[in-house]
Design a protein around this ligand. Structure first.
Ligand SMILES: C[S@@+](CC[C@H](N)C(=O)[O-])C[C@H]1O[C@@H](n2cnc3c(N)ncnc32)[C@H](O)[C@@H]1O
Length: 235
């Protein structure tokens, strides 16, 4: 039986955000590396490794058996949180999916609107849509940090329901709670600014000057924030 499992930076960050002793639901678990790692390290009480597809769930079951944690981690076939009860988990991880799919999974589980629960969210794309959705629907980001995986930089958010709805500005929706304090956070934000500049140029080349100007404004604001941090460091 294997005794240790190594996560990449992206899944390690997700693991870091899980509360000690929590009952975890890992939605879209695939290989189940995250819940198995948490179980092996004595970090959690229990975990449901859930996936919408049978094949990934079989691969998850294989990992669970290989590491001998079947008493703590159980697999479950589930579309999002549809087959998971509110009373079964404290912390819900949704990692490795697009931001829009994560929004739809959250919106289909009304019971997540509970300040005792924590959501650990790691969008692969469209993080700005997810952040806007969260704040509009009464959630808040408690912590957010960038993490590396497969040569790319992603963001990981720790979220809870606070019952207060808020509209984010465009720049806020692209940066969220990333704190600028780590080089990885800054590299992520630089990447966001670069992709907005690319979008700005594409829109301008296609003749959509108005949309290009709107995107340009967001990129300028983000670069201004980055420059402010650089100036403070240079002092
Ligand atoms: C790229 S894998 C991510 C695996 C792991 N969470 C990670 O971050 O490394 C995405 C997984 O999400 C599953 N998935 C996609 N839509 C889902 C849904 N609505 N509910 C549950 N699982 C879903 C897929 O079957 C796939 O196994």
């Amino acid at each position: 039986m294997d005794k240790a499992i190594k996560l990449d930076g992206r899944l390690s960050r997700c693991a870091e955000f899980v509360r000690d002793g929590a009952r975890v639901a890992d939605i879209g678990t695939d290989h189940a590396y995250l819940p198995v790692y948490l179980a092996l390290n004595g970090r959690i009480k229990s975990a449901i490794a859930a996936d919408i597809n049978k094949k990934p769930l079989e691969s998850g079951a294989e990992t669970i058996n290989r590491f001998g944690v079947s008493d703590i981690v159980k697999t479950r076939l589930s579309d999002g949180l549809a087959e998971i009860e509110c009373s079964e988990c404290d912390d819900v991880v949704i990692a490795g999916m697009g931001g829009e799919l994560i929004c739809s999974i959250i919106s289909n589980a009304e019971w997540l609107k509970n300040s005792e629960k924590r959501l650990i969210l790691q969008p692969m794309t469209r993080a700005e849509i997810l952040r806007k959705y969260l704040y509009k629907n009464g959630f808040e980001i408690l912590r957010e940090q960038a993490a590396e995986g497969g040569g790319r930089i992603y963001t990981v958010m720790l979220v809870r329901y606070c019952a207060k709805s808020r509209e984010l500005t465009a720049a806020q929706s692209y940066i969220g709670r990333l704190g600028f304090e780590s080089e990885l956070d800054r590299a992520y934000i630089r990447g966001v600014a670069a992709s907005l500049e690319k979008k700005r140029d594409g829109l301008a080349a296609g003749g959509d000057i108005e949309s290009s100007a709107a995107v340009s404004e967001i990129a300028v604001e983000i670069n201004r924030l980055l420059q402010g941090v650089k100036n403070d460091e240079d002092k």
